[in-house]
Design a protein around this ligand. Structure first.
Ligand code: B12
Length: 223
């Protein structure tokens, strides 16, 4: 994967304009990069790099919550611009179905949105339930849509109980069957949390997520 920091001036400019919260510059640069055939994956990686820096600026007190909200808005618009230019997921053979959502009580959505866009770029069919999603919504969507993988996003430690409830209900729904594979992700999550809440996997980054979903769906296909 191209390093957005060193690989291309347009990507470096995109990161800079995202960090400085320049709405129209960020969107213009994204359009130019897309028109110039920059792979969407590289643009999404740049978004992620910018968000890490914005988080640091927030942690050091240089940015306040309003800046985070604004950054979120810009990122989501960049993701929307890039999504239709993804390699035509529908033309490729669909690798599998991934249901994603942010658990009840939370509105953090950027990591989830980047994950959803990247999975679609890699040929998965993705259904995004959005934010503040209750356990019953996850269960109903699993019943109706039959995903191979359900990815839960949780960043707030005070929402871990929502994730625990949802994981428990999905395991019950799954019974002895193989699907869905239950994946958890988000800044405060780790392997110990995965074990504690009996999820199947924890993916630290969106690229781990793609690899994991590919593995899960390949194993299913071979079975
Ligand atoms: C941006 C942000 C916000 C924005 C969110 C905007 C948006 N549209 O999402 C706003 C301003 C709304 C916000 C609000 C709040 N926030 Co906030 N926020 C952040 C911040 C700075 C960055 C989060 C982020 O977007 N990171 C960038 C993305 C790309 O990274 P990521 O989410 O970790 O995702 C990656 C992986 O985890 C993974 N991933 C994530 N989700 C998923 C899902 C799936 C399915 C998959 C496959 C992968 C995946 O892939 C991503 C890319 O690799 C973090 C600090 C931090 N360092 O994390 C605090 C942080 C998460 N917030 C925090 C808090 C406390 C709050 C508030 C309670 C603040 C308040 N007092 O009101 C509210 C809560 C609102 C709510 N009910 O949800 C705390 C949580 C602390 C804790 N231990 O619980 C943090 C850690 C800040 C801090 N240091 O205190 N926040």
């Amino acid at each position: 994967m191209l390093n957005p920091r060193t690989g291309n001036l347009g990507l470096v400019n995109l990161i800079q304009s995202l960090i400085s919260l320049q709405v129209s510059d960020s969107l213009d640069i994204t359009k130019k990069l897309s028109d110039g055939d920059m792979p969407p994956k590289c643009i999404l990686t740049a978004c992620e790099a910018a968000m890490v820096e914005i988080s640091d600026l927030y942690d050091t007190g240089e940015y306040f919550i309003a800046a985070l909200i604004m950054a979120g808005e810009i990122m989501n618009r960049v993701i929307k611009l890039v999504s239709p230019r993804m390699p035509d997921a529908l033309e490729q053979r669909c690798k599998g179905r991934v249901l994603i959502g942010t658990v009840r009580g939370e509105v953090h959505c950027l990591g989830k949105n980047i994950a959803g866009a990247l999975l679609a770029a890699y040929g998965f069919e993705v259904k995004d339930l959005g934010v503040d999603v209750g356990t019953s919504q996850f269960v109903q969507a699993t019943r109706d849509w039959k995903p191979d993988v359900v990815g839960l996003s949780v960043l707030l430690t005070c929402c871990f109980h929502s994730m625990e409830d949802t994981v428990r209900a999905l395991r019950q729904e799954r019974g002895d069957g193989p699907t869905p594979h239950i994946l958890i992700s988000g800044a405060q999550v780790n392997n110990a949390i995965r074990d504690c809440f009996l999820a199947d996997s924890y993916a630290p980054t969106v690229f781990d997520t793609v690899r994991l979903c590919e593995r899960v769906c390949r194993v299913r296909e071979a079975a």
